[in-house]
Write a protein that binds this ligand. Structure first.
Ligand code: PBG
Length: 308
């Protein structure tokens, strides 16, 4: 049972430095609105399994299940997630209450010795455990030796500094949030490396029966990010997306329209990428979803195959 008074909002959070930053960020936003907020730190299966590629051990749900258990039994009220790590369909009884304004959605090139991907010598070892980043890197530089890289941000940077890799590729958002922006040597433009659905955005999950929290959190929503990420997540959902599929989806606003791009990597044919792009006016969640479905159809028309 929770010991705090019921007027205090309890945030369930993983205990990595990034997760804590994100939970504290939401804590500060709610405090500004006069709410009292406490954090409940937890270790998830995804944090414990560090020796295997996540795509082999059950996917991204690994990072959210324990947090949902805390919401279920009332130990906590809300869970703050990197939207990228939130499965496309939440378990029954849970909803995303809101999506906050997005940080930099791009991927970053980090290296002690080289200024950019193009500057890497032939056959250089590059660390990433993201299938999406692997296929996009292979498409840009087929000669590279892509090796798995797991662990939280500090662990990944330490492995780089120890010399295990010539370079690593990480989300710019995480580095910026932790004050590590000076480690970024280069950022990838979206025509070179398209981000994952939801990258850089935060989502707040609650139990769907908590109308009180849905109302309280609604003002934190950022409408443009909400619609852009809804379109991105619709592509992923339509493709049966999980982290075992190399799929990129990113939407940005241009001239009042939402421009949605996606890329799908064929794991059977190294370096083969299917790309699709659709733009249109989007005035609400249904239109965002429809844009996502159009892009998923275009991917499939180009040869992309759904999972499962
Ligand atoms: N999969 C791990 C993960 N989940 C969220 C982020 C940080 C960036 C974000 O908020 O999207 C990261 C690290 C990374 O991809 O380098």
């Amino acid at each position: 049972m929770r010991s705090s008074p019921s007027s205090t909002i309890v945030i369930a959070t993983r205990e990595s430095r990034l997760a804590l930053w994100q939970a504290e960020h939401v804590q500060a936003l709610l405090a500004q609105r006069g709410h009292s907020v406490e954090l409940l730190g937890m270790t998830t299966r995804g944090d414990q399994i560090l020796d295997r590629s996540l795509s082999k051990v059950g996917g991204k749900g690994l990072f959210v299940k324990e947090l949902e258990a805390a919401l279920e039994d009332g130990r906590a009220d809300i869970a703050v997630h990197s939207l990228k790590d939130v499965p496309m369909d939440l378990p029954y009884g849970f909803v995303l209450a809101c999506v906050l304004e997005r940080e930099d959605p791009r991927d970053a090139f980090v290296s002690p010795h080289y200024a950019s991907l193009d500057a890497l010598p032939q056959g250089a070892v590059v660390g990433t455990s993201s299938l999406r980043r692997s296929v996009l890197l292979k498409a840009l530089r087929p000669d590279l030796d892509i090796q798995p890289l797991r662990g939280n941000l500090d662990t990944r940077l330490r492995k780089l500094d120890e010399g295990q890799f010539a370079a690593i590729v990480l989300a710019a958002a995480g580095l910026k949030r932790l004050g590590l922006a000076d480690r970024i040597r280069d950022v990838f433009t979206q025509d070179r490396m398209l981000p994952a659905a939801g990258q850089g955005a935060l989502g707040i999950e609650v139990r769907s029966d908590r109308a009180d929290l849905l109302a309280l959190l609604a003002p934190l929503a950022h409408q443009q990010t909400t619609l852009a990420t809804a379109a991105e997540r619709a592509v992923s959902r339509a493709m049966g997306g999980s982290c075992s599929m190399p799929l990129a989806a990113h939407a940005h606003w241009a001239d009042g329209a939402l421009q949605l791009r996606a890329a799908w990597g064929d794991q059977d044919r190294e370096g083969a990428l299917v790309r699709a792009e659709v733009a249109g006016p989007v005035d609400g969640p249904a239109a965002a979803e429809a844009l996502g479905l159009r892009v998923a159809e275009a991917l499939q028309a180009g040869g992309a195959r759904k999972a499962g």
